[in-house]
Design a protein. Structure first.
Length: 654
């Protein structure tokens, strides 16, 4: 900070002073020593951000895993929320992160910036009295004492620095409080209010209200008060509060191979088939993660690089330039400090373990609230009402404009659908055929097959779209067959690879140029001639499918299904309708497959509506009856004009 300059001024002597005093004071220089708190308040604050202040002045104490100077490069996800705290329009920040991912350190860095850059009273709320006292004693006070740029703000008086109150030398105060004590929460005012581990707070503070509502009252005395809440979910405040903010961000890793930002999820875990949680957690089997975009299997080093190259991505309220509340959510997958075998082991336990395992995985690793209540799902009867018993399997409707083949890649074979779209901009669609084929040759033959309507008119598929990944094992949901699919599409140009993603942006689909195969060793193996992959926003198209399944049969834009809804071959007896009821929508608006449910035909319908957009089905014009002469008559006229009167026609033109 810049020191206040010495100001020299000539001050006239007041005429009311006695004459002898006026003579003694005339022409003399008088200096006044300002109290230290006043001098510190008069200093001009540095024009630096909170993250820069932390890197410059903050010392991490020995109680943390990495003591020493704070380094933003080691915690890149912490920089964004720290700098948000300084924005004048931001009133609340919610940090919904896993354990041991620097939530409390973000708050401590903001506290250090408050003391140095923009002083004001601080209200620090912990779940219980012991937590409040311990954090003040082991984290807050040592942070100021061990940081050379901060220790001068601690008062030299012992009574000013204790577990119940910290009175700083420049007039700022920090009030520790516990969420289970209405008395400690009611006594003080805080311009800057920090709520640590809020999901460990009680549901009520005495008989008044919940702690979050009560702490908000502590900062309403002045304009510009700020709040920061941080916790790992436990079914109380943090997840709901984060998702209800005006603007919500999620952390995304950047693939070190294809450089795409990806939202890491459970679908792309690479876990060997039939592995047990104990084998995974003990390191007896190797686990990995397949990139959502290119399919490359990341090593531990790749995952760590992807974290340091990652960034926050806005999933809600992106158009709001000055949001008052901002939520930041991240699961445990992006963070390299949480080992991947630990995550995969907890994932397996959540599938086969008891209720405690399911709750532990949801709260501590997915970082969402566990909802054990049965969610409302579509019923099979609702799907079966769409069956048209007058349309046999394999018959194309007369009004068909476009026929499309869709395939969902499995560990062995493919689940397929043939979908017909009729003329018109409402995308009325009909399931012509569905089933299972075992190999790529059968899939290629399916795309080249002739299909007939009731009048015997021949139709062929205009295009085929195939999922570029695949997987059916519940312990290995998305193993990769990407190289095989790319080769198949390269040699069968009717078929195009398609990749479903949670894109959360304005474009429902995009074309991604693929010049290289995904490889586990990171080496680039070129695809001869290259190919195009279509990335689609699965949330958007799943929403569209769910809406269409609710439409009444034979109405504009509705879906109809052929008679008989049972798979043949190895899937005999599996109801088609059940697969269209397998996915439900969570609190984030994402579609998730219910446990131990097959959803292959749900996925192929999603691909069908994406394919209709890609092919521009809604823009196709119905052909009208031509008023022109028959082809033979038009050809005769062209021949006559070309030959001219009196000319003989060459034999090669006949």
């Amino acid at each position: 900070m810049n020191q206040p300059q010495l100001i020299v001024r000539e001050i006239p002597i007041h005429p009311a002073l006695p004459e002898d005093m006026r003579r003694r004071l005339a022409g003399r220089h008088i200096s006044i020593t300002l109290p230290r708190p006043v001098r510190m308040r008069l200093r001009q604050p540095e024009k630096i951000s909170v993250s820069e202040c932390a890197a410059k002045y903050r010392q991490v104490t020995g109680i943390d895993a990495r003591p020493g100077p704070w380094r933003n490069d080691l915690m890149p996800h912490a920089v964004f929320p720290m700098d948000l705290f300084q924005k004048p329009w931001v009133r609340e920040i919610w940090l919904c992160w896993p354990e041991r991912t620097a939530k409390t350190n973000v708050m401590l860095n903001c506290l250090a910036a408050v003391a140095r850059l923009f002083p004001g009273n601080v209200f620090w709320l912990e779940p219980a009295d012991d937590d409040a006292g311990n954090n003040v004693k082991t984290k807050i006070i040592p942070m100021f004492r061990q940081s050379p740029g901060l220790k001068k703000y601690l008062s030299p008086r012992a009574d000013d620095t204790g577990k119940k109150l910290i009175a700083f030398s420049h007039g700022m105060h920090l009030f520790p409080a516990s969420a289970n004590s209405a008395r400690t929460m009611a006594n003080f005012f805080g311009k800057y209010n920090f709520g640590n581990e809020v999901d460990k707070y009680p549901a009520m503070v005495g008989t008044e209200t919940d702690p979050i509502k009560l702490i908000r009252k502590r900062g309403r005395d002045v304009r510009g008060s700020k709040y920061m809440f941080g916790s790992t979910p436990a079914g109380r405040y943090i997840y709901k509060g984060t998702m209800s903010c005006r603007q919500v961000w999620q952390y995304r890793n950047r693939c070190p191979h294809c450089e795409e930002l990806v939202l890491m999820d459970d679908e792309h875990l690479d876990i060997p088939t039939d592995s047990t949680p104990e084998q995974v957690e003990n390191g007896d089997v190797a686990v990995g993660y397949s990139c959502n975009a290119c399919g490359s299997v990341w090593t531990d080093y790749d995952r760590e690089r992807s974290f340091y190259l990652g960034q926050w991505h806005c999933i809600k309220g992106a158009g709001d330039p000055r949001p008052g509340s901002i939520g930041l959510h991240a699961s445990a997958l992006p963070f390299p400090m949480i080992p991947l075998p630990e995550y995969c082991g907890k994932y397996l336990r959540s599938k086969t373990g008891d209720l405690a395992d399911k709750v532990d995985f949801a709260h501590g690793y997915q970082v969402i609230d566990y909802d054990g209540a049965a969610q409302e799902q579509r019923q099979e009867d609702q799907i079966l009402r769409l069956v048209d018993e007058e349309m046999p399997r394999g018959v194309v409707p007369r009004e068909t404009s476009t026929l499309i083949a869709l395939a969902d890649t499995q560990q062995v074979g493919f689940m397929y659908q043939i979908v017909a779209f009729e003329w018109g901009n409402r995308l009325r669609s009909h399931l012509v055929d569905h089933g299972y084929v075992e190999n790529f040759e059968d899939l290629a033959a399916l795309g080249a097959q002739d299909w007939l309507d009731a009048d015997g008119k021949i139709y062929r598929c205009q295009a085929g779209f195939i999922d570029s990944g695949g997987g059916t094992n519940p312990f290995r949901p998305k193993h990769t067959r990407t190289v095989e699919v790319y080769d198949f599409c390269r040699l069968n140009r009717l078929w195009r690879p398609l990749k479903g993603q949670r894109r959360d942006n304005a474009t429902p689909w995009e074309i991604k140029r693929q010049d290289y195969y995904p490889t586990k060793d990171g080496k680039k193996k070129p695809i001869p001639g290259g190919l195009k992959r279509y990335n689609i926003d699965v949330t958007l198209y799943k929403n569209r499918l769910a809406d269409k399944l609710n439409l009444e049969p034979n109405t504009a834009g509705s879906i109809s299904l052929h008679a008989g809804l049972y798979d043949g071959g190895p899937h005999s007896g599996v109801k088609y309708a059940a697969q269209l009821c397998a996915e439900v929508q969570d609190d984030r608006g994402y579609w998730e497959c219910a446990k131990n449910k097959a959803n292959h035909f749900w996925d192929t319908w999603v691909y069908a509506f994406a394919a209709a957009d890609i092919l521009g089905v809604v823009r196709k014009k119905r052909p009208t009856a031509s008023a022109q002469p028959p082809v033979e008559e038009k050809q005769a006229r062209r021949n006559q004009v070309a030959d001219g009167p009196g000319r003989s026609r060459p034999s090669w033109r006949s």
